[in-house]
Design a protein around this ligand. Structure first.
Ligand code: GLU
Length: 506
C-alpha cells in the first residue's frame, strides 16, 4: 500500500503576537511538507473564547505572508477540509465526545466552579483523575438515574476523558524516539466544555483525523498533552491513522535557563515576536523582528538553525535550500539557546547576499519614515549596492544611505575642528575649482585629482581625507569617499564642501 500524501498543520491559537518559536513550528511543518510534495494546512485553534484576541488571526496570516510560508489550505485560502477555524467547526465535536462517553472512555462531570475551587483548596496539587474522580460529581460517581435527571434538567456539565489507572502510554516521536507516560500521572482532561465548545485536546485530535494530518511538528511544551491525545486516537478507533509526532526542542533564553519568553525580549532588548504586536487592551507594543529590520530570509534562516543542525559548515540557507536539505533526523532533542548577536549576523549576511533590488521596497519604507521620499530608484539602487554590506539591520539603511539623499544636518566637528586651519580651507577651495573642471565626475578621476592636489599643497592625504568625508557624510563612516562623491554628483559634492567649509571654519 502506498503511503498517504504528507499533510501537516500549523495550528496556532489566536491569543496575541506570534512568538518566534511559533514561526519555527510553522517553518518546520512547511519544510517537511514541501520536501515531500505534501500540503501545509493552517488551522486556527480558537476554541478557548476567553483567550481569543481580536486581530491575532490576521496577524498570524500576515506573519506567514511576510515569511513566504504560504498555507495550501486555511481559513483564507479555503480547501477541501474547510472550515479551518475550530470555532466554526463547533457542531462537529460533540458527537465524538458522546461516543467516548457511550464507550466508557469519557464521562459527564457536573462539578461547579465553586466545588472545584473548594477541592483545590482542600487538596494540594489536586488533579481531577482516577484518585479523586469518585469524590466528585460525575457520571462515574453518581447513580445512573441521577445523571439522567441532571442531564434532563439541562444542568451545566463538561465531558472529561476517563484516563485509565496503571497503564503505560507509549509512542514514537520522530525527534525523541520512544516516549513513555504512566497514566497515573495524567489527569482527566476536559474534552467538551459546558458551552459545547471542545477543548484543545478533543479538537486537535478530531481535526487532525478529519483533515488527514500525517505528521505533527509542534513545540515541546505540548509533550505532556501527548498521552491524552494518544488515548483519544485509540479510543476513537483511529490509532492506525494517528499522525507521526515530532516535538520540537524549546527555544531557550540566551543563558540557557528556561524558555525564551516575551518578557525576555524587553529585558534583554531583542525581539521575540515575528512582527510588532500591539495589545489593544493595554496599549503595549511588543517589537517584532520585521520592524527592527530583519529580512524574512534571515529570520527563517536563523529559526531553522534553532534546533536543526545541517551537519556541515553551511550556515546560510534560502527557503528553497532548507526545503531541499531539511531532515527530521537532524533536529536536536536539546533546547536551542537564542543568541541575538548570531541572529543579527544572519541578517547582515542576508543583506550582503541579496541583490540591491530586493532591498528596494524595505529601503524606501525606511527612508520615507525618516522623511526622505526617494523618487529616483536607479540612484537608490546604486546607493544600496554601495552601502548594503555595512548594514546589520535594514534600519541601518537610514544611517548608511540617508546622506545620499539629504545634505548632512550635523557634522562630527570634534573630528575636524581641533586640526582645522586656513590652509585646509584653501585646500578645499582649490579642490572645488578642480572638481568644477574635471571632465568626467568619476571616482577614479576624483581620487587622482585629490591626491595630486595633496602633493601640490604638501598635505598628507590622511589630513584632508577625513574632513572631506565628514563634509559629504556628516560622520566618520561610509564607503570609499570618492564613490560617494561620484554618486552625489558634481553639483551636490561642491555644494556640500562649500557648506561644510562655513561650519568648519567658524
Ligand atoms: N493550538 C496549539 C497552539 O497554540 C497547537 C498545538 C498543537 O500543535 O497540537 O500551539
Amino acid at each position: 500500500m502506498s503511503s498517504p500524501k504528507v499533510r501537516v498543520r500549523f495550528a496556532p491559537s489566536p491569543t496575541g503576537g506570534l512568538h518566534l518559536g511559533g514561526v519555527r513550528t510553522a517553518l518546520f511543518n512547511y519544510l517537511f511538507a514541501k520536501q515531500n510534495d505534501g500540503d501545509f494546512v493552517l488551522r486556527i485553534e480558537d476554541t478557548d473564547q476567553t483567550r481569543f484576541v481580536e486581530g491575532a488571526e490576521q496577524y498570524i496570516m500576515d506573519c506567514l505572508a511576510w515569511c513566504g510560508i504560504t498555507p495550501d489550505e486555511g481559513p483564507h485560502t479555503g480547501g477541501h477540509y474547510a472550515p479551518y477555524r475550530q470555532s466554526e467547526r463547533k457542531s462537529i465535536y460533540r458527537e465524538y465526545a458522546e461516543k467516548l462517553v457511550a464507550q466508557g472512555h469519557a464521562y459527564y462531570a457536573f462539578d461547579t466552579p465553586e466545588e472545584l475551587d473548594a477541592k483545590r483548596k482542600e487538596i494540594p496539587n489536586f488533579q481531577y483523575g482516577q484518585f479523586y474522580r469518585s469524590e466528585m460529581r460525575n457520571s462515574t460517581s453518581l447513580k445512573t438515574a441521577e445523571v439522567e435527571h441532571l442531564l434532563d434538567q439541562g444542568t451545566p456539565h463538561v465531558i472529561r476523558i476517563k484516563v485509565p489507572a496503571d497503564e503505560t502510554v507509549r509512542f514514537h516521536d520522530l525527534i525523541r524516539g520512544n516516549v513513555v507516560f504512566e497514566t497515573n500521572q495524567v489527569d482527566d482532561k476536559v474534552l467538551l466544555k459546558a458551552d459545547g465548545m471542545p477543548t484543545y485536546h478533543l479538537a486537535v485530535v478530531v481535526d487532525d483525523y478529519l483533515m488527514k494530518i500525517t505528521h505533527a511538528f509542534r513545540g515541546e511544551e505540548w509533550l505532556p498533552s501527548a498521552p491524552v491525545h494518544i488515548l483519544l486516537w485509540k479510543y476513537l478507533g483511529w490509532a492506525a491513522d494517528m499522525p507521526h509526532w515530532a516535538h520540537l526542542p524549546l527555544i531557550l533564553k540566551p543563558d540557557g535557563h528556561g524558555k525564551l519568553s516575551k518578557r525576555d525580549g524587553a529585558r534583554f532588548g531583542f525581539p521575540v515576536y515575528a512582527m510588532d504586536w500591539l495589545d489593544n487592551k493595554t496599549g503595549e507594543l511588543t517589537p517584532g523582528f520585521r520592524e527592527l529590520g530583519f529580512l524574512p530570509e534571515a529570520f527563517l534562516n536563523l529559526l531553522a538553525m534553532l534546533g536543526w543542525n545541517p551537519g556541515g559548515d553551511q550556515e546560510i540557507f534560502s527557503l528553497d535550500e532548507l526545503v531541499e536539505k531539511f531532515s527530521v533526523e537532524r533536529i536536536n532533542k536539546a533546547g536551542a539557546k537564542f543568541d541575538y548577536e548570531k541572529a543579527k549576523w544572519y541578517n547582515a549576511e542576508w543583506i550582503k547576499k541579496v541583490d540591491a533590488k530586493r532591498l528596494l521596497p524595505e529601503a524606501k519604507t525606511i527612508l520615507e519614515a525618516k522623511g526622505i521620499a526617494v523618487a529616483d530608484d536607479e540612484k537608490l539602487l546604486k546607493v544600496l549596492t554601495l552601502v548594503k554590506d555595512r548594514c546589520i539591520l535594514l534600519t541601518d539603511i537610514y544611517q548608511q544611505a540617508g546622506y545620499f539623499f539629504e545634505t548632512p544636518k550635523e557634522y562630527d566637528l570634534n573630528a575636524v575642528k581641533p586640526k582645522w586651519s586656513d590652509t585646509k580651507t584653501d585646500f578645499f577651495g582649490s579642490l572645488i575649482n578642480q572638481f568644477k573642471e574635471v571632465p568626467s565626475f568619476e571616482a577614479m578621476q576624483l581620487e587622482i585629482d585629490f591626491k595630486y592636489l595633496c602633493e601640490e599643497t604638501g598635505f598628507k592625504i590622511g589630513d584632508v581625507m577625513l574632513p572631506f568625508r565628514i563634509m559629504l557624510v556628516g560622520g566618520k563612516f561610509g564607503p570609499h569617499v570618492f564613490d560617494i562623491a561620484e554618486l552625489l554628483g558634481r553639483e551636490e559634492t561642491i555644494a556640500r564642501i562649500e557648506k561644510a567649509l562655513v561650519a568648519f571654519g567658524s
